[in-house]
Design a protein around this ligand. Structure first.
Ligand code: CP3
Length: 326
């Protein structure tokens, strides 16, 4: 599929930058809130027709340049035979502890509804579909149930913790390959909590598994971790940046595609400010052929729908000198 997003991920975009938003299908959309009155999150994530409809909401409403599968990084827990529920955030039961190591299996069929969602979407979606998985360290922290407990396990028993990371990496490879076989055009690896790791831990438990995941996926890949600017040179694929680093600084340090990096709070500003800042950001990247416009983190729950529409419209109307709008 030729598209602005895939062109940018290949470093070949000669047009305006593509735009999509993390958590673009979510709580700020009235249609999504209507769905949530009728269905639980479990039902939405594991019912292909419903998950496909939610995925398409921001594509139909705003004309974003990519869809991201409506799911969560924690669904792989179900593949491990664990139970996933949502309260304030994802809750997995039972939680995983060092005693579990060596007793895990993986039942890929449990993830079939998500794969079916991809197949449904690919029948008529006109923009690329982004699949995803969690980074093994971040997934581990949800399986263990608590970030502090996870860090303690990693410090006190790095050997069994390494086995947990290896297992999550292996099943995530399979899961990404299932998504790619069903038709996703690109993947994003969300390792949100990997910024708490020391340099050495980061190499072993984040960057090494990332290499394995992107090798397995064999489609353009994007990596997200909070503050990923601090080790940007080491990331072997496109980098999703937050606002703790400027895109210009990032560009000086890597040739990989860059995605980002607006603070989601900027969508609460008046529309004229949104317009101005968006234009400035695009201009500041000149004609970078591998830049993807996005936020540095997900859209916040009470974000005005008009602000999202304005943001996307400004990008789509942005005219590269000598060309008409795409
Ligand atoms: O970007 C998208 O629109 C795709 C869908 C998506 C969800 N979660 C849906 C979701 C993606 C890509 C994620 C990734 C995810 N999930 C991450 C990595 C990105 C990040 O936020 O750092 C993490 C850490 C999770 C785990 C998670 N899921 C948390 C901490 C929470 C609770 C807080 C929150 O942000 O909502 C969730 C819940 C969650 N993820 C929901 C959905 C649709 C349910 C809440 C809702 O209705 O929006």
């Amino acid at each position: 599929m030729s598209s602005l997003l895939i062109n940018a991920l290949k470093g070949e975009n000669q047009d305006r930058p593509p735009v999509w938003l993390m958590r673009q299908a979510g709580r700020y959309l009235p249609e999504y809130r209507e769905f949530r009155k009728k269905y639980s999150l479990r039902e939405l994530f594991f019912t292909p027709d419903l998950a496909a409809k939610v995925t398409k909401m921001p594509v139909d409403q705003f004309g974003v340049d990519a869809a991201i599968l409506f799911s969560d990084i924690t669904v792989v827990a179900e593949g491990l035979g664990l139970r996933l529920d949502f309260n304030e955030g994802p809750q997995i039961s039972p939680n995983v502890s060092p005693e579990c190591i060596g007793h895990f299996g993986f039942i890929p069929e449990k993830l079939d509804p998500i794969i079916e969602t991809i197949r449904i979407l690919k029948q008529d979606l006109k923009v690329p579909l982004i699949g995803f998985c969690g980074g093994p360290f971040t997934v581990a922290s949800y399986l263990v149930g608590d970030l502090e407990k996870t860090k303690q396990w990693m410090r006190e028993d790095p050997l069994t913790f390494g086995k947990l990371i290896d297992h999550i990496t292996a099943i995530s490879c399979t899961y990404l390959q299932m998504q790619v076989a069903a038709g996703v055009d690109a993947v994003q690896v969300f390792d949100s909590w990997a910024n708490v790791l020391t340099k050495e831990q980061h190499k072993i438990f984040c960057l090494n598994p990332l290499e394995v995941l992107i090798q397995a996926a064999q489609v353009p890949s994007i990596f997200l971790c909070a503050e990923s600017g601090s080790y940007i040179e080491k990331i072997p694929c496109a980098v999703s940046l937050d606002w703790t680093i400027s895109l210009q600084d990032a560009r000086k340090r890597t040739r990989q595609p860059l995605q980002g990096n607006l603070n989601p709070d900027f969508l609460f500003e008046p529309l004229d400010q949104i317009e101005k800042k968006t234009r400035e950001l695009i201009q500041s990247m000149h004609r970078d052929p591998s830049f993807i416009l996005n936020l540095g983190h997900g859209v916040k729950p009470n974000t005005p729908v008009n602000a999202v529409r304005c943001f996307v419209d400004v990008v789509k109307e942005f005219c590269i000198e000598g060309q008409s709008p795409a």
